[in-house]
Design a protein around this ligand. Sequence first.
Ligand code: CA
Length: 515
Amino acid sequence: MKTPMRLPCCRTALVGALTLLTGWPATEAAAAERPNILLIFSDDHSCQSLGAYRTWLTDFIRQQQLTPNLDRLAAQGVVFERSFCANSICSPSRAAVLSGAHAHINGVTRLGGRIREGVWTFPPALQAIGYQTAVIGKWHMAQDPAGFDFWRVLPGQGHYWRPEFRGPSGFREEVAGYATDAITDKSLVWLKQRDPNKPFLLLCHHKAPHRPWNPPARYYRLLADVTVPEPATLFDDYAGRTSSARNQKMEIGRDMTLASDLKVLPPGKYPPRLTPEGEAEWEAAFRGRNEAFAQANLAGRDLTRWKYQEYMKDYLRCIKAVDDGVGRLLEYLEQEGLDRQTIVIYSSDQSFFNGEHGWFDKRWIYEESLTMPLIVRWPGVAQPGRRVGALVQNIDYAPTFLEMAGSRAPSTVQGRSLVPWLRGQSPEDWRRSIYYHYYDPGHGVQRHYGLRTERYTLAHFYPVKEWELFDLERDPQQMRSVYEDPGYAQTVAELKTELARLRQHYGDSDERDQP
Ligand code: CA
């Protein structure tokens, strides 16, 4: 396997010599030394709804061609199959990506938090070694982006239509159209005007497919006549788990709103921020559906099933638009001959419940929200089509980016570089468990910390003093905690020792009800 070219200190002369030998322009040779890094990062995109993963929904996603560009990227790159977040919610996952550290270290434990003063993050480090850096799209942290030559971010969660962007020195602008397209447009404009003599880092951060799952008009009718498969656990009764699973407020049947989430409102009332022409398109597409719904007078499981179908269709329509944006960026790289020198990473801040356990949203250490899609295409280095099963986490991204750029993250960073896995190696001293800690009170989900090994998930819901243990080999859908099962007593003891070791290793001792 080819390794990236590294040029020693008398670089100019060597680049000149290389140009003579290879015919490459000097700038291209210099760029090959330090590849460009493009991270396309969406919000709440589940692994189940990405064709490159292997889940109960994958066949449907592929049949309907909902993620063709992402699937192509995966075929040309490496898919991490056991990729996890450290705290399954937007801002904390972003802070973990930026800092390479868990929430109790970086300071962002909850939505909209602030990275603690003095915490190292990777964009300034790449900027310091000569990368030109930009972030465009969702940011969702209390402080302005640091270490970027250019930034245009959505205020807070941002809007799906006529999105506003803010930038340095109080800059604000409203852009016509749909957020996913606008974020891709701005990313392309930045790429076109960048200095071609320097390597770039571009973070293209989509708002979609975050709730309330508003799709673009071109996909209003996508899947309209199709039935989305239902997960086996859509009507979970939460027997076999603790009170924490029963007492949440994220059930599709009970907690998903008809008005905002499912857009069942009188004409002209929804969705907000559409132009008059946009409202007319919306009415033409959804009036019939809403009238039929009003006539049907659904209740009980029939109502849950209807909500599930409509939720999933809007969610998948949003994802189809994200995939379009991925396709446009990949096409630009190919057209400009940049694809060989650019590492493209696709990920999302966490996955999402697509009806499993009857739920939408995220937050739990349970599989559907613990995972993160992670696809990396690194031409000439990472073997296309490779699938990695190692336990990796969002704290690993920052040290990975530094090593990709030929540098190193400081030793205070808690994650580890994934570059060995990308080069086809399998480090024997790789972690055997990942640590997780969720703090936000949203959707009635109890605070909890825990670990996941290759086979087990152990969770401690400490405000209510409850524990759960899942044997993922025998119970991949996590329907029955075996924490109280005497047959697992030895496993519980071993995993509690491992959890104590992880908490000490990462320096987390927080068990208070409030952070
Ligand atoms: Ca999110």
